[in-house]
Design a protein around this ligand. Structure first.
Ligand code: MG
Length: 369
């Protein structure tokens, strides 16, 4: 089987509500999404989506995805999409780094492989758990009462996992946010306090030690792995790392040096399923639990994450994310796994199990050849 054509589509995805990160420093209203369609000489088509969370969050941006694909396209067309590591090496040789541009291509290859072998991607990844994965909400930063109102809204839809955004220069307010939300946390709920790199080492040590007795988990409490290594030494709360988990080498360092107890694997950040499954295996081998998520995007990007999440044993998966619920548009009505009663479940549909409505995507912005 050979890839005969690679088509690229751009789509703006407006958020339902404005979204704030890092104690309100960063605001997001719309995501710049890229969709990839791979056609093959076997008549099987695969789809991928790469949607960075804006361009101020991590080093990735929508137009960069499309420019990266343009650079790699001639190395991709003609390859067998079922040989995902061959495609991976071709892309890495053609364009070192820039993992966020490779992820939608890798995703479309896995979709084709699943369709070719008539298996869902989670089974191709080793084993699809029978049960789905709890979806985590993403709770915009704000006053404690405002944040709890967002959590309450998600609770009414069945969510039991929440990623509450903290991290501002007013660390007293962060302590108040965490204490207020924890006081109202239900017994079965998973609440992650996501700092999004906003704290200095001093701020991290003050807040994390002030609420240490609560035993809550903090995500990305510092800018770099060196910062988190230093914070790890002077705090006891569990730590999750997502934004600084980019390569397998990062994952190896985090595991061996004990920098974190949880991996937050973002498919677009790490370059797709082919690279992410190695991180999954490394995490399991080191007793590290995982959150799995798209960096942003529609039901398509969520489905890629849900497939990986459902290949992870119960004891190691915390939650995945349903970004689609934050968007004002749906590019695949009636298709793909949706968050039902707070859980995303991938079924036995071959491949990813989600296909966009091409009428909603419009014409491709580029096609290769
Ligand atoms: Mg995070």
């Amino acid at each position: 089987m050979k890839i005969t054509r690679l088509s690229v589509y751009q789509k703006d995805l407006p958020l339902r509500d404005p979204y704030w990160l890092s104690g309100g420093r960063l605001r997001f209203d719309v995501l710049d999404a890229t969709f990839v369609k791979l056609e093959t000489d076997a008549g099987i088509t695969g789809w991928g989506e790469g949607t960075p969370w804006g361009h101020t969050y991590v080093p990735a941006h929508g137009s960069g995805v499309r420019a990266g694909i343009e650079t790699m396209a001639s190395a991709i067309v003609g390859l067998d999409p079922r040989k995902v590591e061959q495609v991976e090496r071709a892309m890495d040789r053609c364009l070192p780094g820039h993992y966020y541009a490779k992820q939608p291509v890798d995703m479309a290859c896995w979709d084709i492989m699943g369709k070719a072998f008539e298996m869902p991607v989670a089974d191709l990844l080793g084993n699809r758990r029978a049960s789905g994965t709890p979806a985590a909400s993403s709770v915009s930063s704000g006053e404690p009462e405002y944040m709890l109102s967002i959590i309450d809204d998600y609770r009414s839809r069945g969510y039991i996992a929440h990623s509450a955004k903290v991290g501002g220069s007013d660390i007293d307010k962060d302590i108040a946010r965490i204490r207020y939300i924890e006081a109202q946390r239900r017994d079965d709920e998973i609440i992650l306090y996501d700092v999004n790199r906003a704290w200095t080492r001093r701020e991290a040590s003050i807040v994390m030690n002030a609420v240490a007795e609560l035993g809550v988990t903090f995500e990305q409490p510092g800018e770099t792995l060196d910062d988190i290594a230093a914070i790890r030494q002077i705090t006891t709360s569990p730590i999750s790392i997502d934004e600084s988990l980019v390569t397998l080498q990062d994952a190896t360092r985090i595991a061996r040096e004990g920098l974190a107890e949880v991996f937050g694997i973002k498919l677009n950040r790490v370059g797709g399923l082919t690279k992410a499954r190695r991180m999954r295996d490394l995490a399991i081998a080191h007793g590290i639990q995982m959150f799995v998520m798209a960096t942003g995007g529609t039901v398509m990007a969520d489905t890629e994450a849900a497939q990986l999440a459902q290949s992870i044993p119960d004891a190691f998966i915390r939650a995945c994310w349903s970004c689609q619920d934050m968007l004002a548009v749906d590019i695949a009505p009636g298709s793909g796994p949706r968050c039902i009663d707070g859980v995303i479940t991938v079924d036995e549909s071959p491949g990813l199990g989600v296909t966009p409505d091409e009428n909603l995507l419009g014409d491709p912005s580029a096609s290769y050849p």
